[in-house]
Design a protein around this ligand. Structure first.
Ligand SMILES: Nc1nc2c(ncn2[C@@H]2O[C@H](COP(=O)(O)OP(=O)(O)OP(=O)(O)O)[C@@H](O)[C@H]2O)c(=O)[nH]1
Ligand SMILES: [Mg+2]
Length: 444
């Protein structure tokens, strides 16, 4: 059967697969009601929550609550049905199969949200925010995404769009009707364009924070064998993730876990201890190679040395490997030595000394420029559009300063306008759309 992206009735499980209290199967498209009525015991009444049974050719499958939406009321803006059943994976799968059997096709990733966008139920930046909320790794990111969903980003973009739109109208009016409308003064255009540039720059300034919040950062723990890397790793994570022994060379693989430090997703990497390769066995040598790669791929490094011995020649050599990376020096096992070292954070994984402070220092190190006041987050596509819009505005401003013909200046202003429109999806190609909706999970 040929796929028709716009008109097929689509169906997917909207809750995570697995055993939960309830499972939801969602259908959208013209045939949703018809298909649902083939398996549900009652005739559907739009917007009414209905309780009944799901059967297939006389065989009882489950009891269910059904929510029928007539276009344009539901999430997608089409006729749609949500079937809530008991959450066992077999029941959910069975009902999903039945919707296929009677004419729905499996929804592609993000297809429900794509339809909502195509039917004008939300603009593009909101649709992208849906994906962000679903995939958010930390609460803070989820909250910011949710505020995008509430339209914060699109509202700000609309404001800037309107300023540019007004400016363009003024220029074009004078170009097209020179007898009736006076050309705006160049000094006026300069002032307006500078304001607009400042506004766009403000929004783009949040992009760095967005990247940190979205993708998180990687921090590697490195040091000699036995300095206490795995112990620190476990204490940071608050559970016994890595094996700890007093044998040098315990950790051989790099182990990664995610930690939420104040809303920033930090991937902590515990590595194999680095030592002179002649005294290490074959597996350890491979592990150390790994460690060097981990340093390379990390955004920052925690360099550990044992406070009982202080920095030795070997430690100095290891520290050199971290050249060029932001590094925090950490003196370990304070509970054993009682010694502190300036320029280092003095910790103990046994007594918990300074562990919270270390977390704060990690946060400060990786997010030096992280703006706590970040109002909204932007993704790569949006940042691209913003940058292009900014470029065009700057070219227009150059033109103004050189007092070029306003007809020519209007071309750059218009380009900037189109770029801003793209953020909200006012001028989007299928390519961009498919790219965006590919990032969704099915069922959304
Ligand atoms: N008293 C005390 N002992 C510690 C502390 N941190 C680590 N140790 C001990 O030091 C030994 C080595 O700790 P690990 O965490 O396995 O050291 P590592 O750096 O991961 O070692 P490798 O994996 O071999 O490179 C273990 O016996 C730990 O119990 C600490 O803060 N205080
Ligand atoms: Mg270890």
């Amino acid at each position: 059967m040929a796929i028709n992206y716009e008109t097929d009735t689509i169906s997917a499980v909207a809750t995570p697969f697995g055993t939960g209290a309830i499972g939801i199967i969602r259908m959208s498209g013209d045939k949703s009601f018809e298909i649902c009525e083939k398996i549900f015991s009652k005739k559907l009444i739009p917007s009414k929550i209905m309780y009944g049974t799901i059967t297939d050719e006389g065989e009882m499958i489950d009891e269910a609550v059904v929510l029928p939406y007539k276009a344009p009321t539901g999430y997608t803006g089409e006729d749609a049905v949500e079937i809530q059943c008991h959450g066992g994976i077999n029941i959910v799968r069975k009902i999903l199969q039945l919707t296929y059997k009677y004419g729905a096709r499996p929804a592609e990733k993000g297809e429900f949200t794509k339809r909502a966008f195509l039917n004008g139920k939300m603009d593009l930046s909101k649709a992208e925010a849906v994906a962000d909320v679903i995939h958010a790794k930390t609460t803070k990111f989820a909250v910011k995404s949710a505020s995008n969903l509430a339209g914060k980003l699109s509202q700000k973009i609309s404001e800037i769009y309107q300023l540019l739109f007004d400016l363009l109208s003024e220029i074009i009016a004078a170009v097209d009707f020179p007898e009736d409308v006076a050309e705006p003064e160049y000094s006026y255009l300069e002032e307006k364009l500078k304001d607009i540039i400042a506004e766009i720059e403000k929004v783009s300034a949040f992009s760095k924070s967005s990247d940190v919040l979205r993708q998180g950062v990687k921090v590697a723990i490195v040091g000699k064998p036995n300095v206490g890397k795995s112990s620190l790793f476990n204490v940071l994570l608050n559970f016994e993730r890595a094996i700890v022994t007093d044998t040098a060379g315990t950790t051989r693989d790099a182990i990664r876990e995610m930690l939420d430090i104040d809303g920033i997703p930090v991937t902590i990497i515990d590595t194999a201890g680095l030592r002179d390769e002649t005294s290490a066995d074959k597996i350890e040598i491979i592990g150390m190679d790994f460690t060097k790669k981990c340093i390379d791929e990390s955004d920052a490094v925690l360099f550990l040395f044992d406070s009982q011995t202080g920095m030795t020649k070997e430690d100095e050599d290891i520290l050199k490997l971290t050249d060029g990376k932001p590094v925090l020096k950490v003196a370990t096992k304070f509970d054993l030595s009682g010694k502190t070292y300036g320029g280092s954070i003095n910790i103990s994984s046994v007594s918990g000394e300074n562990i919270e402070r270390l977390k704060t220092e990690i946060k400060n190190l990786v997010c030096e420029n992280l703006d706590e006041e970040t109002e909204f987050i932007t993704n790569e596509r949006q940042q691209n559009c913003l940058n292009k819009a900014l470029e065009s505005c700057k070219t227009a401003l150059d033109g103004v300063l050189r007092q070029e013909l306003q007809d020519l200046i209007s071309i750059d202003v218009k380009t900037a306008l189109l770029q801003l429109g793209e953020i909200k999806g006012e001028l989007v190609t299928d390519d961009i759309l498919n790219n965006i909706f590919d990032h969704f999970c099915i069922g959304k």
